[in-house]
Design a binder for this molecule. Sequence first.
Ligand SMILES: [Cu+2]
Length: 165
Amino acid sequence: MRVALVAVIVAVVVIVAVVPFLLMQGGQQAGEQQTAPTQTQKPETGKVEIVIEGGEISVSKQGFGLKGQQLQSPGPELRVKVGSLVVVTFINVGQLPHTFVVTDEKKFDAEPLWGAQIGTPTSPVQPKQQSSISFTPTRPGEYYYICQVPGHIELGMWGKFVVEE
Ligand SMILES: [Cu+2]
C-alpha cells in the first residue's frame, strides 16, 4: 500500500515538474527554428545579378554593355556593395573569343580579384557562348573589369568596377 502511494507521488511530481520543463524546451527549439531562415536569407538581400555582354563594335573598337543595351568602349561602370553576393553572367556577343575578369589593374595578365573570372586567356569564352560566376567583393574601392585576351583592353574592352562601402 505504501509502495503504491510512493509511486503515485512520484508520478505526480514527474507530471507537475518535468512535463512543463520539457514543453518549455520544445517551445525554445521551435523559436530557434523560426529565426534560422531569416539568418540564411540575409545574404539574399545583398545579392546583385549583372548580365553583361561583350564583343567587337568595329575593327578598332571592342567593349561591354549591360544586356539590352549597346556595347560601349570602354564599358559601362558597374557598382556593387562590399560584402554582397555578386552574380555575373557574361555573354560573348562578338565573333572573337573574350573574357570577363575583375582586377585592380588594366593589364591582360592581372590577377583576378575574389575569383571573379569568366574565361581565361588560354580558355576564353567562345563566340555566342555565355558563362556565370558568383563572388563577394571584400574591399571597397575602384577596380576594373577587363577582357583578358591580349590586345583587347587596348581596343576598349574594359570598364570601371566600383565596390561601395
Ligand atoms: Cu575580348
